[in-house]
Design a protein around this ligand. Structure first.
Ligand code: GLA
Length: 393
């Protein structure tokens, strides 16, 4: 995040609201290296916060009692608009977030937030929105961190995550624990290992050696609230419920390890096994990926990414022609150790490990050819593991 981005957000804030912000928060996006569609079933995943972020500049609302006024260079409404709890539209997540906060702070009822929440907010930064890099968790965690600092609530990390998740669910995106946890717990040079059953995290140092992480935005925008993610999650949950029909002690899929799953697998209905195969193998791949990074074996980490991508396509059917094409074509070049779609799927971004010296050539060529072939504005960028959401001013 350059000083330029921060200055431009504070300048825009001053132009709109006529004064300097009281607080500035940097809230990063995330990519997931391993473990997709595991978090909401209490599985394992290995995301990292990245060095593309939203900047949230905020000050106590001048008009106490009149809600949160927000404006942004990266969301559709440029003019400041006042958001009330449960408002829809571009700021649906903010409306939902305010509703959750209002309830938690005991202010629900009149359709407006009270002075304890009121704030003027401006959102800037360089994180693309709707590109599969979890701009929505960056938004909710960033706004919460700013409001927390403004109003001195001293929210615990668990509260921030729980409020962010509840807001997403109310806004129609029934997401799991991964995104807000990655955005909050990220650390420079590290991925964040998440055990979503125990809600525990630990940092995994990541040294990619001669390789770099790159993100290729397929240009296929998507919103977690469009219904496809919810449908896939529901199918995964129904599949998990089949386990308890085999043995009522298996109340949760994490009560089985991979070997135990494999030994009972044949007794499950055919429709359920693709979802559960993905889940159990994906958890194993997370552990194997951590080992690969521990040993500095980047080709192995890349191969695991490719396996995961193939599993998602075959078992979860959450691919799309653009991202599939990008993965296939990147991996034609030996400079690419591996690639996969990151996040929910159905479009969004591909993450890959590519030799740093050849990244511009390889990614540039794929992006140029892919953009022409699909008439999409594909883009690529290098990303590095970065710190989680933090107050920077
Ligand atoms: C989205 C959700 C996450 C997770 C991923 C898939 O990013 O927000 O909670 O379920 O999809 O792994």
């Amino acid at each position: 995040m350059s000083n330029e981005q921060i200055n431009s957000a504070t300048d825009a804030f001053a132009r709109l609201y006529g004064g300097a912000p009281d607080v500035i928060v940097r809230s990063p996006g995330r990519v997931n290296i391993a473990g997709e569609h595991t978090d909401y079933l209490g599985g394992l995943c290995l995301p990292m916060a990245i060095d593309l972020s939203l900047i949230v500049a905020a000050a106590r609302g001048a008009r106490a009692g009149r809600g949160v006024t927000i404006a942004s260079s990266i969301y559709p409404e440029l003019a400041p608009c006042e958001v009330a709890p449960v408002q829809g539209g571009a700021y649906a997540r903010l409306g939902a977030l305010l509703a959750v906060l209002a309830e938690r702070l005991g202010n629900a009822g009149d359709g407006r937030v009270n002075a304890d929440i009121a704030a003027n907010i401006y959102i800037g930064g360089d994180l693309p929105v709707g590109a599969g890099l979890s701009s929505s968790a960056a938004f909710t965690v960033g706004v919460l961190t700013a409001l927390d600092a403004l109003h001195d609530w001293k929210l615990a990390d668990d509260d921030v995550i729980a409020i962010a998740i509840e807001a997403e669910h109310r806004a129609g995106a029934p997401c799991g624990w991964m995104d807000p946890a990655a955005v909050l717990f990220g650390s420079e040079g590290c991925a964040v290992f998440l055990d979503c059953f125990n809600e525990e995290h630990s940092l995994v140092p990541i040294d990619t050696g001669a390789y770099s992480f790159v993100v290729i935005d397929s240009g296929v925008g998507r919103d977690l609230a469009d219904g496809r993610y919810a449908a896939l999650r529901a199918a995964m949950e129904s599949a998990a419920a089949e386990l308890a029909k085999l043995d009522k002690r298996i109340e949760h899929p994490r009560f089985l390890d991979f070997a135990a799953y494999m030994s009972g697998r044949e007794r499950l209905p055919d429709w359920a096994t693709p979802y559960l195969d993905h889940y159990y193998l994906e958890n194993e791949r997370v552990k194997a990926t951590i080992k690969a990074f521990e040993y500095g074996n980047i080709p192995r980490a890349g191969a695991l990414m490719l396996d995961a991508h193939a599993s998602a396509l075959e078992n979860l059917k959450n691919g799309c022609p653009e991202t599939d094409w990008i993965v296939e074509n990147l991996c034609r070049d030996d400079a690419c150790a591996g690639a996969r779609v990151t996040g929910a799927g159905f479009g969004g971004a591909v993450i890959a490990l590519v030799e740093t010296a050849r990244a511009a050539d390889v990614c540039g060529a794929v992006v140029a050819e892919g953009s022409a072939r699909f008439a999409r504005a594909m883009r690529w960028t290098r990303v590095a593991p970065a710190r989680g959401a933090e107050l920077i001013g």
